[in-house]
Design a protein around this ligand. Structure first.
Ligand code: HEC
Length: 206
């Protein structure tokens, strides 16, 4: 997180470490969700299927590194054999085995969402989240499931409604930083994330 872009450096510095610790558990939840969609691709276009495969492939490639970072930050052990099995199963495109392993890892390394809880959003957080959503997010996030795009920007409220809340938080934490999102990712503060969760998960979008 670039402190220069951050309106409240102290808060953001805190979020920096919190985000670093969240990266591995968040990635596991995202891969788990992407796999589920790939295994039963109801109503997905062929472009969406291609996009999902690409995302899972690159997520799995980076997983070992995230696991090392997580182990160092939390002084915990990472189950290396599980990660190796994961690579092997993906190479064989044994999707059910991959899904089983990712679910197992996700239970071992859960994302602790307490600090981001929508319940903690203040009135100001919600106001700012509404503005962000209206002025930025809604401009791109207009796609519906089934669109012929490799990387669609789905409607965020629908996305939130279609997945477990920890998975949506994970996507909010690590998804908002793709190339097109980079300039927007940095200014997101803890309060923004709480506010956005409140907005999308409770269907309060304008
Ligand atoms: C310039 C267009 C653009 C803007 C503005 C934008 N997004 Fe995105 N966003 C995208 C695209 C395209 C993707 C899909 C990239 C991908 O899946 O790798 C994406 C992905 C995401 C994801 C991850 C989705 C997933 O499937 O994992 C989340 C969450 C997200 N954006 C939230 C936001 C929020 C919140 C805002 C406003 C603060 C925002 N985005 C603003 C284009 C945009």
């Amino acid at each position: 997180m670039a402190a220069g872009l951050c309106p409240a450096a102290a808060v953001c510095a805190g979020l920096g470490t919190t985000l670093d610790r969240a990266r591995f558990p968040a990635e596991l939840l995202i891969v788990r969700g992407d796999l589920q969609r790939l295994i039963s691709p109801r109503s997905l276009s062929s472009a969406e299927v291609t996009g999902l495969e690409g995302r899972i492939e690159s997520a799995l490639t980076g997983l070992e590194w995230l696991a090392l970072e997580y182990a160092a930050l939390t002084k915990s052990e990472i189950a290396q054999p599980l990660l190796q099995n994961l690579d092997r199963s993906w190479a064989q495109r044994n999707l059910l085995a991959v899904q089983g392993l990712v679910s197992q890892l996700s239970r071992m390394y859960p994302l602790n969402g307490t600090i981001f809880s929508a319940e903690r959003a203040t009135a100001d957080d919600i106001k700012r989240a509404r503005e962000l959503d209206l002025q930025l997010c809604q401009g791109c996030h207009i796609d519906r499931v089934g669109t012929e795009k490799i990387l669609p920007a789905y409607r965020l409220e629908e996305m939130a409604g279609n997945m477990p809340s920890d998975e949506f938080l994970a996507r909010l934490l690590s998804g908002v930083r793709g190339t097109s999102d980079t300039a927007l990712a940095n200014p997101l503060s803890l309060g923004d994330i709480r506010g956005l969760l409140r907005l999308y998960q409770e269907g309060a979008v304008d």
